[in-house]
Each structure stands twice: as C-alpha cells, then as structure tokens.
Write a new protein. Structure first.
Length: 439
C-alpha cells in the first residue's frame, strides 16, 4: 500500500494565468492548441500531462493511472493567457504570421486569440539585435521597467480573476552573457536595475518581476536569466519554483535519444556534425552570432554530459562535435535538421548514421510549454522551491544546483520526473530491480 505523501499539495482550484513574454510562433501554437483541444478539435499529442500514464507499484499490480488523474493538475479549461511582445499584433495575428497552424484551424479559435493583445515589452536591442518593434517601454530605468511589469502582472491577475500565475519565457534568444558582479546579490542587482547596468538582460527583468510578484518562472530559451545567484536565491526566498533552459525539441531531442543508446552498447563516436535550416523569426534572431552563441552553448553541452569522455576516453575523448544553424526563409517554421554521426565498433571498425529530421519546431515545442506550465503550477502548490531538476526532461540545458552536472539522458530524465510525481503522492519509487518477481 502507498505510504503517506511527504508533502501537502494545495488543490488546483480557480483559474491559472499563464503569462508569456514573447507572443510568437511557439506561444501562439501553444495557446491556439489549448483552445482547439478544449473545443474538441484536436488531440494534445506530445503532452505527458494530458496523455501519459504512470505505473504505480509492482508490474503485476495493474495500476497505471493517467498522470493527470494521479496528481492534481490545473485543467485546460482553467488556463487564461496573456503576454508581452515588441510587436502589437494580437495572438491571432501573430499566429497567422507564424504560419505554423492551418488558417482553417486558426479561424475556429480566432475569438480567444484575438482577445490576447500583447502588453508593452521590456526590450533592449543590445540583447536581441536582428529584430525591433514599436510596442515597448522607451523611457525610465530598468527598475521603472521592472515596476511596470509588476503592475502588469497584478492587473492581469485581478482582471482575469486568477487564483495563481505562472510565467513562461517564449521570447527570442538573447545574446550570450556570463553572470557578472551585478548578479551576485539582490542588493547589487537592484542597484543595477536603478543604474541601468548593461549586464542585466530584459529576460532577467521579467524574471525578477515574476519572482517579486510570487510567480514561478520557466525559461524556454537558452538565455542566462535565472541561472544566476541572485535570481536562484530570490526564488528560494520567495518559496517559488524556477526551471530552464531552452526547450528540448528537434535535433537536440534526437541527440538525447540516440547518444545514450550508442553509449549503452559501448560504441565509440569520432564525430557528430549537426546542421539545421529554418526560416522563422527564431531563425532570423539566431543569425546574429551573439544569440547563436547562447544556442550553441546549450546544444553542444548535451553530448559531453551524456557520453562522459573522462570515464570512456577510448570511445569519446576524440569526439568532434559541431552545430550549425542557417536562416533559410522559404522553410518558415518547418525546420530541417541533418545529423552525420561517425561511429566505430568492435576492433575500431567505422560506421555512419545519417538523420534527416523534417520537423515542425513549434509543433514540438507547444506540448512542452503546456506540460511545464501545469507541472510548475503543481510544484508551486506543493511548496517546491528553487530549481526543479525533475523537469530537466523538457530542456536542452537543464538547470542544476551549482557544481552539479546536468542529466541529459532523456530516459533518466523521464524516470526522475515520474519518480518525483510518485514521491509527491507517497507512492513507492520504481527502481526496476524486480527481483521479487523471481522469488
Ligand atoms: N520552437 C522550438 O522548437 C524551440 C525550441 C527551443 C527553444 N526555443 C526558443 O523559444 C523562443 C521562442 O521561439 P519562437 O519560434 O516562438 O520565436 P518567435 O521569434 O516566433 O517568437 C519570439 C517572440 O518574442 C518576442 N520578443 C523578443 N524579445 C522580447 C522581449 N524582450 N519582450 C517581449 N517579447 C519579446 C519577439 O518579438 C517574437 O515575437 C526562442 O528563444 C527559441 O529559441 C524554441
């Protein structure tokens, strides 16, 4: 029999507001999808919270409820959406421009999408160089902008009668920066906001505003944002969960499926060359070397952590890994990712694997955004604070405690996620030992 749950989880009562910096391809595909699913027009394919089951107890017990019936998640009917963007297009117009979903589907969810008008963005051209737009704050210090976001959050909550909120960054990828002195303490950070310190990125102003307002923050891009001492500490002090970073879709998703398999069989890898073409606005932003550098960091780190060349020097110490992204407008959101993997087996004999993944970026990202919103709301009701490593499953560059290497193997990540849910509900963790079946 299950033991007592170690934690108390508040019920998912009332509306859950989803606040999104960046009303672009991913976020509109997410919102339009939720509205279509609510109306019975489509299925939530790709979403664990909506479709996956979780095995409880022994294999012979026959207990495999849906995750959504096992833990108290907010219902899709209770989600309310809002956001910010530098363009003043409604979510409907942004979805039409993104050209991810068919016009006939968008027509059927036009009303709720049209009602979402982006609030004025906090934007800095130094952090996102290839785009600019009119719907942004142009005066005041960074602290004034943070206060404006805090006021937006409070107004959104009151206007929509939300019981709780979650913020998820679906904005563009910012230029690569490392943490600096301004990120070391709240005092330094708030002084930096007042003095317009150039090391404070717009995404950090959103995250600060969210945490100050008691709202969990999810980082869907490779931006530094909450990977800083100050915002990690603020999340813990405020009893709020944070997670990131960079949705694991497309090519990196494939990498974390295949690399653990090759390693499991002790097959060596000489080289892994990955290249992509994509033609959406994300691709346009990633043309800038500064933004690409942020992406490259999360994409490259994956193999190193999975393959552990320090433990297996004969197999992986000479691995040459390169990642390229090219902006190619004719493809729009329909990315194509090629991988050439040079592997070697018994006695060093060489082989090759070629992958050509014709994927749809936002179609892969939207269910991740949904799951993350629902799980982070669960985490906040369960009083789980700080970095939520159990949500690594969703990210290319999972956040971890400083000094701890991230777990990238998607199957270990899934086990960790499900065991965390079991732990939350006082169920036995599954170790896969299974000796009892043969006693
Ligand atoms: N689609 C995927 O598979 C995928 C995977 C991993 C990560 N991501 C990341 O998710 C993010 C969104 O991707 P997308 O395809 O929707 O891009 P997009 O360009 O369609 O949308 C991003 C939106 O963010 C807005 N924006 C930029 N800076 C802003 C700011 N400071 N405040 C408010 N809005 C701002 C832009 O105007 C744009 O409308 C990107 O960072 C991307 O790298 C996407």
């Amino acid at each position: 029999m299950p033991s007592q749950s170690p934690i108390k989880i508040a019920p998912a009562e009332g509306k859950l507001g989803v606040l999104i910096p960046g009303i672009g391809a991913v976020s509109t595909t997410f919102i339009a999808g939720v509205e279509a699913i609510k109306r019975g027009l489509a299925l939530p394919i790709g979403s664990l919270t909506q479709l996956a089951t979780i095995r409880l107890g022994k294999r012979t017990d026959g207990r495999s409820p849906y995750i959504k019936d096992f833990v108290p998640l907010a219902k899709l009917e209770d989600l309310v959406f809002g956001g910010w963007d530098i363009y003043d297009d409604t979510a409907y117009e942004a979805a039409v421009n993104a050209k991810v979903l068919e016009p006939s589907l968008l027509e059927q969810v036009k009303e709720p999408l049209q009602a979402i008008k982006p609030m004025k963005a906090v934007f800095d051209h130094e952090y996102i160089r290839n785009i600019d737009g009119p719907n942004k704050h142009t005066t005041g210090t960074k602290m004034d902008k943070a206060q404006a976001l805090i006021a937006d959050i409070a107004k959104f909550k009151a206007d929509n009668g939300c019981a709780r909120l979650v913020m998820i960054w679906c904005g563009s990828t910012e230029v690569f920066h490392r943490p600096s002195a301004v990120h070391e303490s709240l005092e330094a950070f708030e002084a930096g906001l007042r003095n317009d310190n150039p090391e404070i990125a717009p995404s950090q102003i959103y995250a600060y505003a969210a945490l100050k307002s008691g709202v969990p923050y999810i980082n869907g891009a490779p931006n530094l944002t909450t990977d800083t001492q100050v915002l990690r500490d603020l999340a813990r002090d405020k009893n709020l969960p944070i997670c990131g970073k960079d949705f694991k879709t497309g090519q990196t998703f494939m990498k974390t499926l295949i690399a653990p398999g090759l390693k499991a069989r002790m097959l060596g890898i000489h080289g892994w060359f990955s290249t992509n073409i994509l033609g959406n606005r994300d691709g346009e932003v990633l043309e800038d070397p500064g933004s690409f550098k942020s992406k490259e960091e999360t994409k490259l780190s994956v193999l190193e952590h999975i393959l552990q060349p320090e433990l297996y020097p004969d197999l992986y110490s000479k691995l040459y890994h390169a990642v390229r992204i090219n902006y190619y407008p004719p493809r729009g959101d329909d990315k194509e990712g090629w991988d050439n993997i040079d592997i070697f087996g018994w006695l060093g004999y060489k082989m090759q694997i070629k992958i050509d993944f014709l994927c749809r970026d936002s179609i892969l990202a939207a269910p991740l955004a949904l799951d993350l919103v629902l799980f982070m709301d669960l985490a906040q009701r369960a009083g789980m604070k700080g970095i939520q490593e159990w949500l690594s499953f969703y990210f290319k560059g999972p956040m971890t405690a400083p000094g701890l290497y991230p777990e990238h193997d998607i199957f270990i990540q899934l086990m960790k996620l499900k065991n965390t849910l079991r732990w939350m509900q006082g169920e036995d963790l599954i170790t896969h030992l299974g000796l009892e079946y043969y006693d």
